[in-house]
Design a protein around this ligand. Sequence first.
Ligand SMILES: *Cc1c(COP(=O)(O)O)cnc(C)c1O
Length: 433
Amino acid sequence: MLLLRKNFSRSSPIATARPFAYRNRALSCDQTSLATLAATHGTPLYVYSQQHILGRLALFQQAFASRPHTICYAVKANSALAILKLLAQNGAGFDIVSGGELARVVKAAKPAVKKTVFAGVGKQIPEIDAALKAGILLFNVESESELALLADRAELLKIPARFSLRVNPDVFAETHPYISTGLSAHKFGIDINAARAIYRKAAKSKYLIPTGVSVHIGSQIRAVDPFGAALDRVTSLIQQLKKDGITLTHIDAGGGLGIEYTDAPFDPAAAVAAYAKQVLEATDHLDLHLLLEPGRFLVAQAGALLTTVVNVKKNGNKTFVITDAGMNDLIRPALYQAHHQILPVRQTSAKSSPVDIVGPVCESGDFFARDRDLPATKPGDLLAILDAGAYGMSLTSNYNTRTRPPEVLVDGAESRLIRRRETIKDLFAPELP
Ligand SMILES: *Cc1c(COP(=O)(O)O)cnc(C)c1O
């Protein structure tokens, strides 16, 4: 049975896991009918609830209210300018991983640049220079050679660079192997045992300012203990550094808090509280400004991908429901074997049977669900793929020369287009035939 709320309460948009629910048998986002949005904007279409995103941000802010902190939203989860602007207006800073993401923050919310941290294992000179000139809060440096490069650029530009070493705590977090990052076998971060010597060396450099330590152990992590274990290792490093005369001001706990993608009950407030307990307890003896980098947790469940059934096809005893959305629009099932709930936009009492829900892209990996019970459906019916607000639109491509979908931001009974549908002309623009 689906756990979707029937009654809407404007005052508590975050009491439940998702803003999507049936109202008079029509699936809605807040008080806005998805069928109406599909009729207005066409499909495939990304729909996000503004109230839900702000609710999730508020959960984080409240959970960490006892400590000086900044929520640095991970831009890569959903990089829509309108969403960045919304989050910045409500107090968020940002975690970026490229010069392109820096440009997005500058465009959407320039004052939030000073609350922005820059991670990534392959930062290039133009990206480093742009971030120095923009005046970001700090660089999360992932190798000794990157730190040397940062020192060179800072000296050349005469702009001191605040930095944290992103340490690799060698902590195992139960998640999909492609989104696990905190083991020494992964490309991310600096061996925590080597970090002390690197800080000591860097402290001598005129243009490097040791500011903090950062750690990010992966994504979609549901058990909160690994966050505490990783931070315990970080805090002992911070104490060693203090003995060396290096006093840091910031500790960055990274992102990675997971959500529930199935229809199992999920209490987001309890999830944040359990996470915050781990983070706060591990760091409570330190007088440091806390940086948090949630991405998925803030935006995933606020969003759905709407799609229209284009065909229902039988091959032997298998039924394929073919949709107008494909893996280029939402790659998570193909890339991570990710599960997404898929609901008919018009609630029906039609009999359910197992089907494969697949896109039109020429790849067998182009599926949204396999052997999934779905009420009988026909061409023209609308489906909603839930929990698509994170790593959905930001991972889209033009594979098969397909245009990217538009995005709509819903606010209660109102909605606005925040990105129009791409056109074939947009796709041809950079080409030189
Ligand atoms: C991707 C990423 C995040 C966000 O991860 P979520 O699982 O979306 O919370 C935070 N910090 C860094 C360094 C990242 O690479």
